[in-house]
Design a protein around this ligand. Structure first.
Ligand code: ZN
Ligand code: ZN
Length: 343
């Protein structure tokens, strides 16, 4: 088969690899149907994720058809279409029993990280019974690809951890696919104001069509304080992963507010306890567990959520090298999610 292979920082190739085989009775082999490229893959390409080593097939999102199922797999049959989760859950370890699949002792985020991933014609999915999902009837397959990772990430790490309540004034720092996923799912809880912050005008324009009530570009702190009458926001969601955007969250949080971090940080940040120690705030972090995927699948199937709106570009899987170039120049290309189809 052919696959997108990482060869160290800055180096990737679309090349021949052996087909994956069943290694454990709980494995499934999927023929990939649709996949995408994640911001995390760009971090990997920069060399920011040392667990990813030379020769690894990247990718941790998508849909596929069961090609082969190990003898211990009971929920899925050969020929069935399935959605995969970016998080592999064994279902039996102590982390899984708490619903904290991201820290599964036998899985977690391993696809396209410590085992071969989904930007390939075929992929091996361990613990298939607890890591795959059936297709809901009459659902847009491209929308399901967004439930593999970005939708639960925006919802769990941003909205749930931010404890968004009806009537809250919230701000989301970063209007990329993850920030926009938080924007979409925050509306389950009817905040009164959703302020989107980004330096990219085009992304702010999109945010408005997704339900942002206010958008802010430059001088974010000043502008947000002006918009909130000097009070700040009840919830600040960080969806970028650099010190400057974390600083914005600390500067705009109102007393009693919640800061929820989603961004993948490569550098340490300064925590301003000299101001925040008396402000009754909470700061929460999380790696997505995808425990909300079953609920999100229902909202997508009903049409309440339309995450396919995040897809701006389509490519054939064999053109994934070009798709990386497009996604890597997101601002210039006006790219959000790029959808790859294996035909
Ligand atoms: Zn991802
Ligand atoms: Zn587990």
């Amino acid at each position: 088969m052919e696959a997108l292979v990482y060869h160290g920082a800055g180096k990737r190739a679309w090349e021949e690899k052996p087909n994956p085989r069943i290694l454990d009775p709980k494995d499934v082999i999927l023929k990939m149907s649709k996949t995408t490229i994640c911001g995390t893959d760009l971090h990997i390409m920069k060399g920011d994720v040392p667990t990813v080593t030379d020769g690894r097939i990247l990718g941790h999102e998508g849909t596929g058809i069961v090609e082969e199922a190990g003898p211990a797999v009971s929920n899925f049959k050969v020929g069935e279409k399935v959605m995969l989760s970016c998080i592999t859950a064994c279902g039996t370890c102590s982390a899984c029993k708490k619903g904290m699949y991201s820290h599964c002792e036998n899985g977690g985020w391993i696809l396209g990280n410590t085992i071969d991933g989904t930007q390939a014609e075929y992929v091996r999915i361990p613990y298939a019974d607890t890591s795959l999902y059936h297709f809901p009837p009459n659902v847009d397959e491209e929308a399901l690809v967004m439930v593999s990772d970005i939708l639960p990430t925006g919802f769990e790490c941003g909205v749930i951890n931010g404890q968004v309540q009806p009537g809250d004034v919230i701000a989301i720092v970063g209007s990329g696919p993850i920030g926009l996923s938080a924007l979409l799912t925050s509306q389950f809880f009817s905040p009164s104001e959703i302020i989107m912050i980004d330096m990219d005008e085009n992304r702010l324009k999109i945010a408005k069509t997704f339900g942002a009530t206010k958008v802010v570009g430059k001088n974010a702190v000043e502008e947000v304080m002006k918009l909130t009458g000097g009070r700040g926001v009840d919830v600040a969601i960080e969806a970028v992963g650099i010190p400057a955007t974390f600083d914005i969250c600390q500067s705009i949080i109102a007393p009693g507010g919640h800061i929820a971090n989603i961004g993948v940080h490569g550098k340490s940040v300064e925590l301003h306890l000299e101001k925040l120690w008396s402000h009754n705030i909470t700061l929460r972090t999380r790696l997505v567990d995808t425990v909300t995927a079953p609920m999100l699948l229902k909202t997508v199937a009903s049409g309440k959520l339309q995450p396919e709106k995040l897809i701006t570009h389509h490519f054939q899987l064999c053109d994934v090298m070009q798709a990386y170039d497009t996604f890597g120049n997101a601002a210039k290309e006006n790219a959000l999610k790029v959808l790859l189809t294996n035909e």
